[in-house]
Design a protein around this ligand. Structure first.
Ligand code: AHR
Length: 326
């Protein structure tokens, strides 16, 4: 109910901004461009920074941003996209919570003549004409980087056998699938590594904590050598549990994580995390640039990987501010 009221108020505000009662074609400036943005949730610091980046960039480009947050529910994203189609926004941008089951609503957008930009995550479809462009990180490369770090670490330690537990992001989401695949492609054939478990932490700190507790109950501190966690929020939950055990052996567990949020970078510098693979949430300016090009009638490249990504680990000199964090 409150969401409905919020949407109505947003519509009134946008109507006031655009000074119209229906969709306007851009009149040579950006005032009339309205972007409908379906954000999937607020599950992590990454996501919160990503939302802020979108809001800030829309302001800088002078676009109206109609944003709906789906609280990690696919149905809510579908409802939001339908409301954007009904309002006849100029462009729909959305970050799909999972990859499957978007064809119906995207077909409606296509029939309504509204272009769709996928931001951050991909969809699974046989029909590539359902979206105009995708922009996001190369999650597969991130997974590979995590695996490469682990191999380097095992070499440095002279380890003969390492038991790895994986804490995954939201099941069937693009970063979950690709970070897992990239990691496994690197370590999978190396007999020193056994992946003893792979659990769903849904990209949430609370779930990361829960997963770590379950893993400790199942394997004990001495039964796990490495945690590969698909994001920092879950890793921080893992740290809360490990540091709460008061067992010095818990400090020896190697922690590999993805994102680069401030708290994780601090933990890396303090030696509490071993490796952070960077994934930038600052996609807003690049997305708005795509909107601009689209409205100028330019043809967009369909898949764009955001390039700014590094790896920071206990092999680096971490005294300098290597990465800013968010
Ligand atoms: O899709 C990007 C991932 O989603 C980020 O790594 C994670 O923190 C977020 O929730």
């Amino acid at each position: 109910m409150r969401k409905g009221i919020a949407l109505v108020l947003t519509l009134i505000l946008l109507l006031a901004l655009t000074g119209c009662t229906g969709k306007q074609e851009p009149a040579g400036d950006n005032d009339s461009i309205v972007v409908g943005f379906s954000q999937l949730g607020a599950e992590s610091s990454w996501r919160i920074a990503n939302t802020a980046s979108m809001e800030q960039a829309a302001k800088e480009y002078g676009y109206g941003l109609m944003m709906e947050n789906a609280n990690q529910k696919q149905e809510k994203q579908i409802d939001a996209i339908r409301s954007f189609i009904a309002y006849r926004v100029d462009v729909i941008v959305f970050s799909p919570i999972v990859e499957a089951e978007w064809d119906n609503v995207l077909t409606e957008a296509k029939q309504g003549g509204i272009p769709v930009i996928l931001m951050d995550r991909m969809i699974e479809t046989q029909d590539d004409s359902l979206y105009t462009a995708y922009i996001g990180a190369d999650f597969y490369a991130e997974g590979r980087k995590a695996g490469e770090y682990l191999i380097r670490k095992a070499d440095a330690l002279g380890a003969e056998h390492m038991r790895v537990a994986e804490i995954c992001g939201t099941t069937d989401s693009t970063p979950m699938r690709d970070r897992q695949r990239g990691f496994m492609d690197v370590i999978g054939k190396d007999e020193r590594f056994t992946v003893i478990d792979s659990v769903d932490g849904d990209f949430l700190r609370s779930k990361g904590e829960e997963c770590m507790r379950d893993l400790l109950n199942k394997y004990g501190v001495d039964g796990i050598d490495v945690i590969y966690s698909h994001n920092d929020s879950m890793t921080l939950g893992v740290l809360d549990v490990l540091e709460g055990t008061n067992d010095p052996a818990a400090r020896d567990i190697i922690l590999i994580t993805v994102d680069g949020e401030k708290e994780a970078v601090e933990a890396l510098k303090a030696g509490r995390i071993n490796c952070v693979v960077q994934c930038t949430p600052h996609l807003g300016p690049a997305v708005m640039e795509l909107v601009k090009e689209l409205k100028a009638g330019k043809e967009l490249k369909q898949k764009i990987n955001h390039p700014e990504e590094g790896v920071f680990s206990d092999f680096d000199d971490l005294t300098d501010p290597v990465v800013e964090g968010f």
